[in-house]
Design a binder for this molecule. Structure first.
Ligand code: SAH
Ligand code: SF4
Ligand code: F3S
Length: 437
């Protein structure tokens, strides 16, 4: 199984794995030995499309040697290419969209006969994958899907076309899952939605609720020590959400607040529905309400019509906010979106130059922010050994920074770590002495 794309896709893959395990299909020791190859695809930018093409080339060669092997393709690229997928990739046996994951089990369960090869859907037929069994990587961390789809119309973005209109899961269903996870030993939750903090709006008039209330309800579940959520939209970051973040002990001091651009003119063309000033005001409110808050963001450079002056405004906002981290992207035209056909597409070399300048600024500011943590003791949830040195442990702080540290602890433990070093992306330190009463 190969997964591309965002956390929603990674979580969908947990459901796909769980579903296949129920059919008696466990993870094969190697790709060469697999009976079924599953690709959960992404199409947010051109890069994941080309990456998938390369993987498919390899899979097709393998299938020529073992024609009985099944190739299944799910996810956002499959959905976006629903008309063309089987002609683009004739070796694909079965395809499904992000809203129709159970179809894969139906198809395999029926031995591939009697059920259609492709099932798509951005409308009524979509189902929450949350009703499926789930295969999680770590027993103490879990993703919880609270909504699917997105009602925004950002002019560069393919997500609404492939994931459909927003549908919120009912609060009772979310809480039942959270309670069950806590009973299984989960300590850290990440609530997931394309627009996570607009959750609840479509449940009106039957259920009157909002995202802040959901945070409070999750916070009240016994055993849950950390709550994260992604991705929120600045337009839906209302006062009740900020208050809930400030008041709930389990909700972590971190907000991912996608900026996209610092130029109001570009934000308007992107249809983000906030201005530079409103974004900065929100940052001020968040920092005033939640002490020690970490802020991360997403930024796109080279959106059609972006001038040097627009780009400088983005650099100014980044400098002013001083983000703890940022995902930076070169604008990539997506067929079917409004921005793809806008005039004044920015030439590649200008996009390259801008992303280089932006990345350098982001790294400098993040390094400075992390430097401020040196000398402090941070609570770290241990995730496992360091990726580069197995004698060192790795975990994350409440502010979501990775820490590599020397100590004696097991995955799932919460430990206090004295921070001794910092880079732009990680902290280093050693486990603080445990006080004995
Ligand atoms: N629902 C989330 C995530 C969307 S995709 C949200 O709204 O924040 C993650 C990021 O990819 C976006 O925030 C945006 O910065 C980037 N992105 C989306 N479409 C893009 C495109 N066509 N070109 C470049 N970056 C894009
Ligand atoms: Fe895409 Fe905008 Fe929806 Fe995010 S809010 S998924 S960027 S349309
Ligand atoms: Fe990609 Fe789909 Fe996520 S396009 S970023 S996998 S919602």
């Amino acid at each position: 199984m190969t997964t591309f794309g965002c956390q929603m896709n990674a979580h969908d893959s947990e459901r796909i794995k769980g579903m296949l395990e129920e059919l008696g299909l466990g993870e094969a020791p190697s790709k060469g030995e697999a009976d079924v190859l599953v690709f959960n695809t992404c199409t947010i930018r051109e890069k994941p499309d080309t990456k998938f093409a390369a993987y498919m080339g390899e899979a097709a060669a393998r299938k020529r040697e073992r024609p009985e092997m099944i190739i299944a393709v799910g996810g956002c690229y499959a959905e976006a290419q629903r008309e063309r997928l089987f002609s683009l990739y004739p070796d694909v046996d079965v395809a499904f969209g992000p809203g129709t994951i159970p179809h894969l089990a139906e198809w395999l369960g029926a031995g591939g006969f009697g059920v259609e090869r492709g099932v798509w859907g951005t409308g009524e037929e979509r189902k929450f994958a949350a009703t499926l069994p789930m295969h999680r990587e770590r027993r103490f961390q879990a993703w919880v899907q609270i909504s699917m789809g997105c009602n925004s119309t950002c002019s560069y973005c393919i997500v609404p076309a492939v994931r459909g209109r927003e549908v919120s899961r009912r609060p009772g269903d979310v809480l039942a899952e959270v309670t069950h996870l806590a009973q299984q030993g989960v300590r850290e939750l990440t609530l997931l939605g394309q627009n996570v903090n607009s959750w609840g709006r479509d449940l009106l008039p039957e259920i009157h609720t909002e995202f802040g209330e959901l945070l409070r309800a999750c916070d009240a579940v016994d055993g849950i020590d950390r709550i994260r959520f992604t991705s929120p939209h600045p337009k839906d970051f209302r006062r009740p959400v900020i208050e809930a973040m400030a008041e709930c002990a389990a909700v972590c001091e971190h907000a991912h607040l996608p900026l996209q651009s610092g130029s109001t003119r570009i934000l308007k063309a992107m249809r983000r529905t906030y201005s530079r000033e409103r974004y900065l005001k929100l940052v001020g409110e968040l920092r005033a309400g939640i002490p020690d808050l970490a802020l991360t963001t997403d930024i796109i450079v080279g959106f059609p019509g972006e001038t040097e002056a627009d780009f400088r405004e983005t650099m100014e906002v980044v400098e002013e906010v001083a983000f703890d981290g940022a995902f930076t992207f070169v604008y990539s035209p997506r067929a079917g979106t409004d921005a793809a056909v806008m005039p004044d597409q920015v030439p590649d070399e200008i996009k390259r130059d801008r992303i280089d300048r932006l990345v350098r600024l982001v790294q400098r500011l993040a390094a400075e922010r992390n430097e401020l943590r040196v000398g402090r003791v941070e609570e770290v949830l241990v995730e496992g050994p360091s990726r580069t040195d197995p004698s060192v442990l790795r975990g994350r702080t409440r502010r979501n920074t990775t820490v590599n540290f020397v100590g004696a602890a097991a995955p799932g433990d919460f430990v206090d770590v004295l921070i001794e070093r910092a880079t732009s992306t990680t902290l280093g330190g050693s486990q603080a002495a445990v006080a004995v009463a």
